[in-house]
Design a protein around this ligand. Structure first.
Ligand code: G4P
Length: 529
């Protein structure tokens, strides 16, 4: 296949959906899987009653068992392209893995509930994606319900997210009055409830902008309103600019309704057209590794334990950055310089995990791990040593003090602590003076998983005492601190690298500190706010 490497890479479209819980991510994912022919029936992802489970559902099952937290990968072929959707768990599953998954994609789809507009979690995830400068496509969902004014929704993108919005289509009515979409990209009208599928699209005359043939909407006032909006957009709106889109400076916006499968196919076709194939990843030396470089390379963006209920295994998720992955290949693990044979790997399709055959740049492979890997590890073949840029650490927002229940079992406690922290879903801090353990996480569930796994994998029962939600700030110049600088309101701790930071009780405590110690420089590192 190596001869075809460039062709294969050009087919890949790897993305994640970012949204606030309940905006419709699951529903739209399911529609995409339906178009991809992976599932045959709507309701398989969500409709637990039917007894069919699809894709991300084993995650749900795992969650019920209380031990799995993170994303799955869904792959399908569509219009000659191989699509990889990386799930970004929301709700209480929200974790650093959710953020890190965004490091392994080439584009993002932002799903927004058109009644609610941009919500907090969307904003958080958006920031991470924006920092990477990759394209972001927007789906304004739930058009079958009364929502906010479309012009408002577009304006909000600029106001709240600082990204230009370019509407690829425009609603004709909404809620009960939803009639269709004025599709600027394809120069046609897409009817919401056509009399039959053959009448779904009404082509528009290129010059006059009028419907060619009869137009059932001609006399509807809502249609006239849409035409006025379209004129306004033409005169005062943004120009479509693919270069800006590719850099995440402009987002193409598609209106629709995932639940009624309206506008989803139009979105998907457009997405497949514009979304980029994998591009180069940068190394720590600033070198760009081309996705068509014949030497294999990739990095571990998450490690997940216990995915298979039958085994107690860990899987390292690797984003392939170049070359071709073949089962049984020998790679070098950059961090240790050790050679590893990748015999045991998996790909994520349908309900079952199947063996990888031909993964190239853009694809994700899961490697069964017996403790070799850490989050952020680079693996590669070839002579030249490469290490991809470090994955950002995301500042935890929730903190717990943790102690072993049985003081006689210190050894297993420390071992479990060390290994689970290494997986990266949870951060470890030690209080500066008393050396107590403090755990930090982005989402609550990580603590429960930690506790569960300590008990079941390391036979160490732990006591967790919440110290609540805190604002973490690293201290750039600790020499400026005096002995009064730390209190319970700004707890002085060190991270695993020994770097000192404060855990502030709240923003008020942070401001108070800043006023009192103006010479102490505090930084948020990668802040998710
Ligand atoms: P999420 O993964 O982003 O959390 O959202 P999900 O798809 O689960 O959707 C959240 C709720 O919104 C679901 O309703 C879903 O049916 C509904 N929904 C999604 N897309 C649309 C849409 O285009 N129009 C309308 N009207 N509703 C939509 P639920 O009642 O919470 O769940 P369920 O009991 O129907 O599964």
């Amino acid at each position: 296949m190596t001869d075809n490497l460039a062709q294969e890479v050009a087919k890949r479209r790897t993305f994640a959906i970012i949204s606030h819980p309940d905006a419709g991510k699951t529903t739209i994912t399911e529609q995409l899987l339906l178009f991809g022919g992976v599932i045959r029936q709507a309701g398989t992802v969500k409709g637990k009653k039917s007894g069919h489970f699809a894709k991300s559902d084993w995650m749900e099952i795992e969650k019920k068992r209380g031990i799995s937290v993170t994303s799955s990968v869904m792959q399908f072929d569509y219009q000659g392209k191989r699509i990889n959707i990386l799930d970004t768990p929301g709700h209480e599953d929200f974790s650093e893995d959710t953020y890190r998954t965004l490091m392994a994609v080439d584009a993002a789809v932002m799903v927004i509930d058109s009644a609610k507009g941009i919500e907090p979690q969307t904003k958080k995830l958006f920031k991470v994606v924006k920092k990477r400068g990759i394209p972001i496509f927007t789906f304004m969902n739930k058009l079958d319900r009364d929502g906010r004014e479309p012009l408002d929704l577009i304006a909000e993108l600029e106001d709240l997210l600082n990204i230009e919005g370019y509407p690829m289509n425009w609603p004709i009515g909404m809620g009960k009055g939803l009639k269709g979409l004025y599709d600027r990209e394809n120069n046609r009208i897409e009817l919401y409830r056509p009399q039959d599928d053959a009448h779904r699209f009404l082509p528009l005359d290129q010059t006059t902008g009028e419907v060619i043939g009869t137009n059932p909407l001609q006399d509807e006032s809502i249609y006239q309103q849409t035409l006025e909006d379209i004129d306004l957009l033409k005169e005062a709106g943004n120009q479509f600019d693919l270069t800006k889109v590719m850099h995440g400076e402009q987002t193409p916006v598609y209106f629709g309704s995932a639940l009624t499968n309206f506008g989803v196919e139009t979105f998907l076709n457009s997405f497949v057209k514009y979304a980029p194939a994998p591009s180069a990843y940068e190394t720590q030396d600033g070198e760009e590794i081309s996705p068509t470089d014949p030497n294999f390379s990739g990095f571990v963006f998450k490690i997940q334990a216990n995915m298979n209920p039958a085994h107690r295994d860990r899987i390292a998720f690797v984003r392939v950055c170049s070359g071709e992955f073949t089962k049984g290949m020998d790679v070098t693990l950059q961090r240790t310089g050790k050679k590893l044979r990748l015999n045991n790997s998996t790909e994520f399709m349908a309900d079952a995990r199947e063996q990888v055959t031909d993964a190239v740049a853009g694809d994700i492979v899961g490697l069964y791990d017996t403790g070799n890997f850490q989050i952020g590890d680079t693996i590669y073949t070839g002579k030249k040593v490469i290490a991809f840029k470090k994955l950002p650490q995301f500042t935890p927002e929730l903190f717990m003090k943790v102690t072993p229940k049985n003081v006689m079992k210190q050894k297993s406690f420390h071992k479990g602590m060390q290994q689970l922290v290494q997986e990266g879903a949870i951060q470890l801090y030690r209080t500066m003076n008393t050396d107590e353990y403090i755990l930090g996480a982005v989402g609550q569930l990580q603590f429960e998983v930690f506790q569960f796994r300590m008990q079941h994998e390391y036979n160490s029962e732990v006591e967790m005492t919440p110290i609540g939600s805190r604002t973490a700030r690293w201290i750039d110049n600790p020499d400026k601190l005096d002995e009064h600088a730390s209190s319970s309101r700004n707890l002085l701790v060190k991270d695993v690298n020994g770097d000192p930071l404060f855990l502030f009780e709240n923003d008020f405590a942070l401001r108070w500190f800043n006023d009192k110690y103006p010479d102490v420089h505090l930084t948020a590192r990668f802040q998710s706010e």
